[in-house]
Structures are given as structure tokens and as C-alpha cells.
Design a protein around this ligand. Structure first.
Ligand SMILES: Nc1ncnc2c1ncn2[C@@H]1O[C@H](COP(=O)(O)OP(=O)(O)OP(=O)(O)O)[C@@H](O)[C@H]1O
Length: 238
């Protein structure tokens, strides 16, 4: 289970008045136990959703407090945490590093004790599962945006993480690909933490966190949390 205990995140920021850099708060204090299988995180632009998501696998470290995954501290045991918690970015190009899909997935599998041939076969299997089997050897640039997002997911899931954190994974996709990626995420066995502006997707979660001004301001079942979010954004009474 992922736990956040009294977490604060701060950053250094230039002083617009030209003075020395200042410490600015980005998030917190936040205390959470994330046990549900499907958790959605919603909030305004710049509210702190990505900062919260990145805390979960140690991409961002707490300035105070602690984040643990099954008891492993993200600050002390970062590599072990990242083996348990996979992260999918909005822009798949931020995480695809190899020239072809099969090489990209095979790279993710490099830590598994497999021969080169077995790794290649496992990579092809992973691509097949995501409907990309026939694209395995084409240049990554020749894939559509939706196919690249599926490749990014395939590469992360090939490492068999226990938890998948996705930061707006469908924002760049058209309706067809968005539905496809949504369906795929919904069908996963893993726990999924989904940062999204898609309130229909959030409504299908078991639990919704609403982030505003660096705080979790609502947290509960989708109906009540999304009503609170709409009230916050649109001034509509929940
Ligand atoms: N390293 C940093 N240094 C300074 N400010 C930062 C840093 N990282 C994030 N911020 C600021 O913290 C705030 C929260 O950023 P974050 O990316 O978490 O928001 P978000 O809710 O994910 O936004 P969006 O929906 O637009 O992606 C923003 O104002 C952002 O500019």
C-alpha cells in the first residue's frame, strides 16, 4: 500500500522582485493511505496533481514527511519503489527511448533474468497484448499518438509493477484511442492511480481525490468528490 504521512513538497523559485531565490510550497500537508484498486486524482491546472502523482514513485521527493510503498521509503529505497510503482506520462515521447517498439519493451525487461531471445519473445508478447504486435519493428516515429501511448503503457507494464500511476495518459488522444486506453487501464489487475481531467473516467474509479492549491480538498466516492470538484470549479452548490 502507498502511504503519505504529513508530506510537504517545496521548491526553490526565483524572486520576481530580483531578490534571492525563495522556497515556495507546491503541495501539502498531505496524509493519505491509498488502498483502493482504482483511484482518480482531479483538480485545476497547476493545482498539484502531477506533484502528488510523482511523489508516489519517488520522481518527486517530499521536503518533509514520508511516502512509503509497502513500507519502502521513496527517498531511501527509490529503485525498489520504482520496481513496484510504474509511471506513465501524458506525453509518451517522454518515456519511449528506443527506435522501435520491440526494442523499447525489451529495454524495460532488461532486469529480468532472461536470455536475449526470451526477452525479445516476451517483448513481442507484450506488444501483442496491446494490439501492437504487427508494429513491433517499425520506427517509433511511424506510430500514431495513440499507438505510442499504448507502447509506453506496454513498456511500463512489461516490468509487472504492482501499481500503475498514470498522469493524464489520454489527454493527447482522440476519442477512439482514449476509449481504448481507458478500457485497457480498467482491465488491469494492478492498482491504478489516474490523474485526469476526464470526469467520466474519474467517475468509474473507486475513490476520487480532488486537489486544489496543493491540498487534497475532497476525498471520497466519485459522486461526492466530483460534486465537490464541480462546486469548486464552477461555483455550483454540491
Ligand atoms: N520544480 C518546480 N519548481 C517550481 N514550481 C513548480 C515545480 N514543479 C511544479 N511547480 C508548480 O507547482 C504547481 C503545481 O504543479 P503540478 O504540475 O503538480 O500541477 P497539475 O495540477 O499537475 O497541473 P496540470 O493539470 O496543468 O498538469 C504549478 O504552479 C507548477 O508551476
Amino acid at each position: 500500500m502507498i502511504e503519505l504521512d504529513d508530506v510537504l513538497v517545496t521548491a526553490w523559485s526565483p524572486d520576481p522582485a530580483g531578490g534571492p531565490d525563495r522556497v515556495v510550497p507546491l503541495l501539502g500537508p498531505v496524509t493519505l493511505r491509498l488502498a483502493e484498486r482504482r483511484i482518480a486524482v482531479v483538480g485545476a491546472n497547476g493545482s498539484g496533481k502531477s506533484t502528488l502523482a510523482r511523489l508516489l514513485n519517488g520522481l518527486v521527493l517530499p521536503s518533509a514527511g514520508a511516502v512509503t510503498v509497502d513500507g519502502l521509503d521513496t527517498a531511501r529505497d527509490g529503485a525498489a519503489v520504482r520496481r513496484r510503482v510504474g509511471f506513465v506520462f501524458t506525453d509518451p515521447d517522454a518515456q519511449i527511448v528506443m527506435p522501435t517498439p520491440v526494442e523499447d519493451v525489451a529495454l524495460s525487461l532488461r532486469r529480468l533474468p532472461l536470455t536475449k531471445a526470451a526477452r525479445q519473445a516476451a517483448a513481442i508478447d507484450a506488444l501483442d497484448r496491446f494490439g501492437l504486435g504487427d508494429r513491433a519493428h517499425v520506427p517509433v516515429q511511424a506510430l500514431s499518438g495513440g499507438q505510442r501511448q499504448l507502447l509506453a503503457l506496454a513498456s511500463v507494464l512489461a516490468t509487472r509493477p504492482d501499481v500503475l500511476v498514470c498522469d493524464e495518459p489520454t489527454t493527447l488522444l482522440d476519442l477512439r484511442w482514449r476509449s481504448r486506453v481507458d478500457a485497457l487501464l480498467e482491465g488491469l489487475e494492478q492498482q491504478v492511480v489516474l490523474v485526469t481531467h476526464d470526469l467520466e473516467a474519474a467517475a468509474r474509479a473507486d475513490r476520487v481525490l480532488v486537489v486544489d492549491g496543493g491540498r487534497v480538498v475532497a476525498d471520497g466516492d466519485p459522486a461526492s468528490a466530483l460534486a465537490a470538484y464541480r462546486a469548486l470549479m464552477l461555483g455550483v452548490r454540491p
